[in-house]
Design a protein around this ligand. Structure first.
Ligand code: ADP
Length: 931
């Protein structure tokens, strides 16, 4: 064991995994040294195993602790197609007989890959928990190593100049650029690279000198929360000329930098690609002119470029979302929400112009999130030539329904079918002249670029910044420059130039009036969201009405704790229902309200403005039918009110209700109707979805609180705050908020807390504070999920830190409690709510149409049947999976759900976990201290 490591802990999620892992290690020669197996509770199993150095060719004994931990997240399975030697960590065991290991692994049926490195042999095997075990016959101490350095370029050490990375921000500034630079700097340093910031974008590259500065760990401290770009950006004309780029190349060679990470829009990325494609010629010219030496020309033959998309417009193809767009949407929604209140007071109309150049993403999303009456975007000009009349009809219909305000959102690039610009002033004149509305124009302008980045942008920029460094280290002269994007919730790396070309194609398609192609080229959700907007906001002209016999009576209820987006989802479901001729009923106070018969028919105007309302307008309750309230009464009231479809909006209690309702279908025919659950909980612990409504609002609330806490500490004291966040047995909020607020570490139920972990955290904090300037105050944050440990409470941890920190730092607690539910729902939660609610209503139609049609055709005179469907698919969660909306039936979800810990098994966000500690300097920083 290396110093400081007493044993390695392995968590098995299921008893089967536990047993097979035990068998795996014992057959490799590990011996049981202590076992705590209780027969009464299957979840209480711990076994210590030892591999003795003396019996094997090991430098030290190795001790493993294997636990059965239902809350642990299983590792994703390794694909046999990828090279396991590229894994970041593994347990290295030395052996004198690699052949015998192979035989053993084959006997027990374990998967392995073998590799020969010079005269030595290595075997990469997986234990049943998907941990990597590396057997090597190269004599070396056995220990848990970080193989990542060796993983670069398949083990070849990169030359020194290849590990000098420049990073610059260019084009229009975007919130989150700082987070990207911070991640590049810190992750780059942790990978053994030297990172240089190029100040003032390409201008800094051309000017060189003081504009190119070496960064250290501390240079980027606190940057996560700062909007814009601290290293500056500029529009640079000289870089558009070859002479300018020649100068830039000379400066890079002189600084010894041969890799460049560029964060900017399509212009900046085009520039980057031009630079790379010319590089060989530039180097030759510099050599010929003796501006660089032949040796330098030899060393710097290749330039590596990696692109990150920083743009508030979200106009780049090949990525679902760009860094900065979500924050910009936050600013727009804050402004429109404020305008809504004054518009309402004076019964005014407002025309609001938003940014976006040729892209209507900001305008459309703002329209959805604020419930604007009409939206104009470049990709989908209004149908017909007389859009003025169409718009006036919609505004008039809304006024007729009782609306006191009219809000129209126009993208700055909005056009009509003949490509004539649609301008805010013109719309104003139309509304004033034709409808007699007191109309004002507001151009939001540069407020849209500003402010502290939203949690989403901080996380996006951080994970993409990390990937950009990896892309640099993976690159070879033959690979095209990569663009780091995000697709279906996963960070991606694709050819930069193709993305830029596709982006330009949108403008081309629009100029050719090929609007269908323009819509297609946008991110996959764009068209669906456009439809959701139309069906939920614009009162229809009755063209979408269903035949009378297909119209449903739909009940909507909120279950569990309040979460941002519950009201927005209800509003969309109601509006969609009305557009189709259904009758929506709100049920007050969840299932207890339902059994009391607390139903109210909801109208178009009764849900107006709900998109921006936090909490739950209907009132929510944790009671689960069949457990806390009588199922018979639920069935009775559903039958009494002739309800034919139920939408549950809520968290894990809503999922539990869904299970109970399915069970009860056998007994009660009135429950044989479609039931759809829209996940809404800050903990994001509902199976069947990547995101629950409310989780984004909550993340933003936590991150804002953490920013304030750090600011307070920084102004007065060296202080570590232990911040307690919600989440039950799910570490989602702690992991994502940890990444977005730059927390020092996090304690989550998936890992638990131990004394040794606390000791190492204290050591790390001491190292950090010792490195701070003597007179400097500094605040640091540790996030602790409420359900992580009964022993190590927030107070206990804080007291331990206080004592152990001695004179170096003190500690305080902050329990965020209900603040985490957030005030106003975030734009993302509002948009997700709109999308999910629309799909929930479509689900109801799909699962009732057959029964209703048959009944209609067969017995026209009889009343509609009570029982509409018993299909297992008709009782489901409607959730987000990557870019798609999916329905998962209760039956499908049960095997994927950890009912005891109330959460899904496995989670996409868990892979963010190691980044929290890594970006706070764990490991690297302590190493630097020792030198
Ligand atoms: P954005 O990156 O936000 O699209 P711009 O289009 O203004 O912003 O581009 C930013 C900078 O990128 C420009 O000022 C210029 O220095 C550089 N650039 C843009 N296009 C090119 C090009 N075709 N060749 C070289 N440099 C370019």
């Amino acid at each position: 064991m290396p110093q400081g490591l007493s044993h390695i802990v392995l968590h098995a999620c299921t008893a089967d995994d536990f047993d097979s892992t035990l068998q795996f290690y014992t057959s490799l020669g590990f011996e049981k040294i202590l076992s705590q197996e209780y027969t009464d509770g299957a979840d209480e199993r711990r076994i210590w195993l030892k591999l003795k150095a003396a019996d094997h060719t090991l430098a030290t004994d190795i001790t493993l602790k294997l636990t059965l931990n239902g809350a642990a997240i299983p590792r994703p399975p390794h694909s046999a197609d990828i090279d396991w030697s590229l894994e970041e960590t593994g347990l290295v065991l030395t052996t004198s007989d690699i052949q015998q290991v192979k035989v053993k692994l084959e006997t027990i049926g374990a998967s392995y890959q073998s590799k020969d490195v010079g005269e030595h042999h290595k075997i990469f095997a997986l234990d049943p928990l998907e941990n990597l075990i590396i057997f090597t016959d190269k004599p070396a101490p056995a220990h848990l190593i970080d193989t990542s350095q060796h993983a670069l370029n398949n083990g070849a050490e990169l030359p020194k100049h290849a590990r000098k990375i420049g990073v610059l921000t260019s084009g229009g500034d975007a919130p989150g650029m700082n987070a990207a630079v911070r991640a590049v700097v810190r992750y780059g340093l942790s990978k053994g690279c030297d990172v240089y910031a190029v100040y003032e974008g390409y201008q800094g590259l051309v000017d060189g000198g003081k504009c190119i500065r070496k960064m250290d760990w501390k240079s980027v401290r606190g940057w996560l929360s700062i909007g814009g770009t601290t290293i500056g950006t500029a529009r640079c004309m000289p870089f558009k000329t070859r002479e300018g780029r020649l100068q830039a190349a000379e400066n890079l060679v002189k600084e010894g930098i041969s890799s460049l990470i560029v964060c900017g829009g399509d212009g900046s990325l085009t520039g980057a690609d031009v630079f790379r494609s010319e590089w060989g010629g530039l180097i030759d010219e510099l050599k010929q002119n003796e501006r660089i030496t032949p040796e330098e020309a030899d060393t710097y033959q290749h330039l590596t470029i990696v692109g990150l998309v920083g743009s508030i417009d979200n106009d780049m193809s090949s990525t679902d979302i760009t860094i900065g767009a979500i924050t910009s949407l936050h600013r727009i929604c804050e402004s429109v929400d404020s305008i809504n209140t004054t518009a309402l007071s004076h019964s005014r109309a407002f025309v609001i112009e938003v940014m976006g150049r040729h892209c209507g993403w900001l305008a459309l999303m703002a329209g959805i999130a604020t419930g604007a009456d009409f939206v104009f975007i470049p990709e989908r000009p209004p149908a017909g030539d007389d859009w003025e009349t169409a718009m006036c009809e919609v505004a008039h219909r809304h006024r007729e329904m009782g609306k006191r305000k009219t809000v129209i959102i126009v993208a700055e690039g909005a056009i009509d079918r003949s490509l004539n610009p649609i301008k805010a002033k013109h719309i104003k004149n139309i509304l004033t002249d034709r409808l007699g509305l007191d109309t004002r124009v507001t151009t939001l302008g540069h407020t849209q670029r500003g402010g502290s980045p939203a949690a989403f942008d901080r996380i996006l920029a951080t994970t993409q910044g990390v990937e950009a460094v990896d892309a640099v280290l993976r690159s070879s002269p033959d690979t095209p420059s990569p663009l780091i994007g995000i697709s279906s919730n996963k960070v991606t790396s694709g050819p930069l130039m193709k993305a830029v070309e596709l982006t330009h194609e949108v403008a081309k398609a629009i100029s050719e009036k090929n609007f269908a192609r323009a819509m297609e080229l946008r991110d996959p959700q764009f068209a669906e969201e456009y439809e959701a907007y139309n069906t939920s906001t614009i009162l229809d002209d009755k063209s979408h009405l269903l035949p009378e016999h297909q119209r449903l009576r739909v009940a909507i209820l909120h279950v569990g704790a309040p979460a941002g987006g519950m009201n927005a989802a209800t509003r969309t479901a109601v509006r969609y229902a009305l557009n189709r001729g259904h009758r929506p009923f709100g049920v007050y106070n969840g299932f207890p309200g339902l059994v009391r018969g607390s139903f109210e028919e909801l109208t178009w105007i009764s849900v107006d403005g709900w998109t921006s309302h936090g909490g739950s307008e209907l009132g929510t309750n944790r009671a689960v039918p069949g457990k806390d309230v009588d199922m018979g009464m639920v069935a009775y009231q559903i039958q009494q009110h002739k309800i034919q479809a139920v939408i549950l909006i809520g968290g894990f209690e809503a999922f539990s209700s869904l299970m109970k309702l399915e069970e009860a279908r056998e007994k009660y025919p009135s429950l044989c109707i479609p039931v759809c659950h829209i996940p809404a909980t800050v903990s994001n612990n509902v199976p069947g979805t990547d995101y629950s409504l409310g989780s984004d609002t909550s993340l933003n609330a936590i991150v804002e609180s953490c920013d304030s806490i750090v600011q307070s500490a920084r102004s007065s004291r060296r202080r570590v705050f232990v911040v307690e966040v919600q989440g039950g047995k799910s570490g989602y909020l702690a992991v994502e908020a940890g990444l977005a607020s730059g927390a020092n570490t996090i304690y989550i139920p998936e890992e638990g807390i131990s004394l040794s972990r606390l000791q190492s955290d204290v050591k790390h904090l001491m190292a950090l504070y010792m490195d701070d300037a003597a007179d400097r105050s500094e605040g640091r944050i540790i996030l602790r999920t409420e359900g992580v440990s009964e022993t190590y409470t927030t107070d206990v941890i804080s007291n331990i830190l206080k004592d152990e920190g001695h004179h170096l730092f003190d500690s305080r607690t902050a329990v965020l409690g209900h603040i985490q539910q957030g005030g106003t729902p975030s734009p993302m939660d509002r948009i997700r709510a709109t999308r999910l609610a629309m799909r929930a209503m479509q689900f109801m139609e799909k699962h009732t149409s057959e029964a209703l049609n048959t009944a209609f055709e067969q017995k026209r005179d009889e009343p509609t049947p009570i029982e509409l469907t018993k299909s297992k698919d008709s009782i489901a969660v409607v959730g987000i999976s990557g870019v798609d909306v999916i329905y998962s039936s209760v039956q499908d979800l049960l095997p994927k759900t950890d009912l005891k810990n109330r959460k899904p098994r496995g989670a996409w966000w868990y892979e963010h976990r190691p980044l929290v500690d890594m970006l706070s300097g764990r490991g690297l920083f302590t190493k630097q201290q020792q030198h």
